[in-house]
Design a protein around this ligand. Structure first.
Ligand code: ADP
Ligand code: MG
Length: 478
């Protein structure tokens, strides 16, 4: 257990060589490339033989590996570390401790000048010359990511309840839903919401003792506490929080002593009307080897879930992220990216970054063609354009018509409007040329297809048109 918790999610370390390398890369790379890739990197380990650099997701890892590895290795050699091997690996973004002072923990956690805490604790008997009273335990708090706030969290039907409950907890900690249990699969925003609660509480009350903590750190603290006979201190520290935000509680499965400690800590906090929020990728009853009484505690409060976002929410997330990062995106491309990844917001963001970086590096505007090209390696089988045939069929179905009606020469509005919508969608989602669209709709002229596309695009503000288009898109894309 110890080795898993100590190595499972490594945190950024303060390695001089990494700082040097970063400086070198700043000069070597364009500002854009540096901002996109290097600022995401964290140094996970430097053991003298290997320098391990973490990247927050597979996309970035893959990208840096393919495009920047040589440069990084070259710079490493230049600063006199030819023998040092470079290792790139995926790291959990929320556990990496940022170096920027503005991103230092705003929680009640360890001030940066405090002595290293239990991870480096040695048994008292082995600490000569250090007065026992000066050693005092304080759990290490992970940084609150400045981007994970309520204002950057996009809500939609898939996460409405979870988001409202989190808001409510942030407004009145300890009084409504206690504990709040946020459940959802990986990459759906659990950590984001959990940290948003922390930010919001601290904003209103900067002196609140808010502890954001990964469950691994908690487990680690308990392990160390037992090993060095410091459990009393650990308990005292944990029980002094006003708000305890525990991320990924499913990792406590099977760890009997940790569950016991959590149970008692939870009870003390709960009795004192202190807020506890936990996240998990499993429901309480699905967490293997979770003690019955801990399960019961979780069920005291409110359990809310995060579902994969539907198309509209995914588009809004892509747009918001693009706005925040200053990426210019047309509606069509936002839709295309949102269509490519359906069940993991982190991957969705990764796709956007990838498309934007590629456009930047190759000096091309972001277009559907470019996005398709970039994403085809990332998401095999997805991100493929729809066929005109599939679109014509879906439109016909939506209007209760037959595809052959749309391909016919009939001109009544009941058929002309659906036909125009089909033409518009063929251009937008199949990327077909106007002659191809004309062909797909029974051999119409390409100018007919062009006019139809423009006509529908101009009328998208009309509620009736918009509703038809969106309903067909939902069927086609979600
Ligand atoms: P989890 O903890 O559930 O694995 P995270 O909270 O780490 O997921 O979310 C993964 C990424 O997706 C983060 O960058 C987060 O900001 C983003 N994200 C997830 N859901 C949303 C949302 N509804 N609005 C905006 N960003 C989101
Ligand atoms: Mg998480």
């Amino acid at each position: 257990m110890e080795s898993m918790t100590q190595q499972g999610h490594p945190e950024e370390i303060d390695a001089p060589r990494w700082h040097q390398l970063k400086e070198a890369l700043k000069t070597r790379l364009s500002q854009q490339a540096f901002a996109t890739w290097v600022t995401q990197m964290t140094c996970l380990e430097d053991d003298g033989n290997t320098l391990t650099i973490g990247l927050p997701d597979m996309f970035s890892l893959d990208w840096v590996n393919n495009h920047y590895r040589d440069v990084v290795e070259e710079e490493l050699r230049k600063i006199g570390n030819a023998a040092l091997e470079l290792k790139l690996s995926e790291s959990e973004p929320h556990t990496a401790v940022s170096e920027a002072p503005s991103e230092r923990p705003q929680t009640s956690a360890t001030p940066s000048s405090a002595p290293p805490l239990p991870r480096s604790a040695t048994p008292r008997s082995q600490r000569p010359g250090r007065p026992e009273t000066s050693s005092h335990f304080e759990p290490v708090s992970s940084v609150l990511n400045t981007r994970y706030t309520f204002s950057t969290f996009v809500t939609g039907p898939s996460n409405q309840l979870a988001s409202a409950a989190a808001q409510s907890v942030a407004d009145r900690p300890g009084s409504n839903f206690n504990p709040l249990f946020i459940f959802g699969r990986v990459g759906l925003g659990k950590t984001h919401l959990l940290q948003a609660i922390g930010h919001a509480i601290l904003k209103k009350n900067p002196s609140a003792r808010v502890q954001y903590q990964t469950t691994e750190q908690f487990i680690n603290d308990v392990v160390q506490g037992i090993r060095f006979e410091r459990m009393d201190e650990i308990r005292r520290a944990y029980r002094a929080y006003d708000v305890l935000l525990m991320d990924d509680i499913q990792f406590i499965a099977g760890k009997v002593t940790c569950q016991e400690e959590f149970f008692h800590t939870f009870n003390v906090l709960h009795d004192a009307r202190k807020q506890v929020v936990v996240t998990s990728d499993k429901l309480p009853h699905e967490i293997k080897d979770l003690e019955e009484r801990v399960k019961t505690r979780f069920q005291w409060g409110l359990i809310v879930d995060l579902q994969p976002p539907e198309l509209e929410t995914r588009i809004a997330i892509v747009r918001k992220k693009a706005d925040t990062d200053g990426i210019a995106l047309t509606d069509e491309v936002a839709m295309f990216i949102a269509q490519s990844v359906r069940s993991n917001v982190r991957e969705l963001e990764g796709c956007l970054i990838r498309v934007s970086a590629f456009a930047n590096l190759t000096n091309h505007p972001i277009s559907i063609a470019l996005a398709r090209d970039v994403l085809k390696d990332v998401i095999p089988g997805k991100g493929q354009p729809l066929t005109c045939e599939a679109i014509v069929k879906a439109v016909a179905q939506h209007f209760d018509l037959k595809p052959s009606d749309l391909r016919s020469t009939k001109r009544g509005r009941a058929i002309a409007l659906p036909r125009q919508i089909a033409m518009y969608l063929c251009r937008k989602h199949a990327g077909a040329s106007y002659p191809e669209i004309g062909q797909a709709l029974g051999g119409k002229d390409h100018t007919t297809a062009l006019n139809a596309f423009n006509r529908i695009r101009e009328r998208l503000d009309a509620p009736e048109i918009r509703r038809h288009v969106e309903e067909v898109e939902r069927v086609l894309l979600d």
